[in-house]
Design a protein. Structure first.
Length: 129
């Protein structure tokens, strides 16, 4: 829970930095700095920051997020490889024909959730074009 004594205007912090830092190190609690009465930043000790990042790294949500990113990377790699294969197999194909082949690949593969053509934006992101 946030202690109201740990909320300070940024201008006060600027004027009395040494005093704030001494208090901050003594208490060890995060300090919230405000601009125009709204929170803008949080000051943490290195120990508190390391504890927080370690907890986040060990979080089951972080592990799940990593697995989802790896799955997306594999999917994107398969997409790129398939496009390269289509381009080799049909060197004179138009972009529209290649797009149609890619959409068929997506429908027939484990990407069954793609019932509609893949967007050109996603295609550019995957291919890095």
């Amino acid at each position: 829970m946030i202690n109201p004594k740990d909320i300070h205007p940024l201008t006060d912090f600027k004027r009395n930095t040494a005093k704030f830092l001494a208090r901050f190190e003594k208490l060890g609690r995060p300090q919230i700095l405000t601009v125009d009465g709204r929170p803008k930043m949080v000051l943490l000790t290195i120990a508190a920051f390391e504890k927080l990042t370690n907890e986040l790294e060990r979080s089951p949500l972080n592990a799940e997020s990593t697995r989802l990113k790896e799955a997306a990377d594999i999917s994107d790699f398969a997409f790129k490889m398939n496009e390269q294969n289509i381009r080799r197999k049909f060197p004179s194909a138009t972009e529209e024909e290649i797009q149609e082949q890619m959409n068929d690949f997506l429908k027939d593969s484990h990407h069954a959730e793609f019932e509609r053509p893949i967007s050109s934006e996603r295609r550019r992101r995957i291919l890095g074009k």
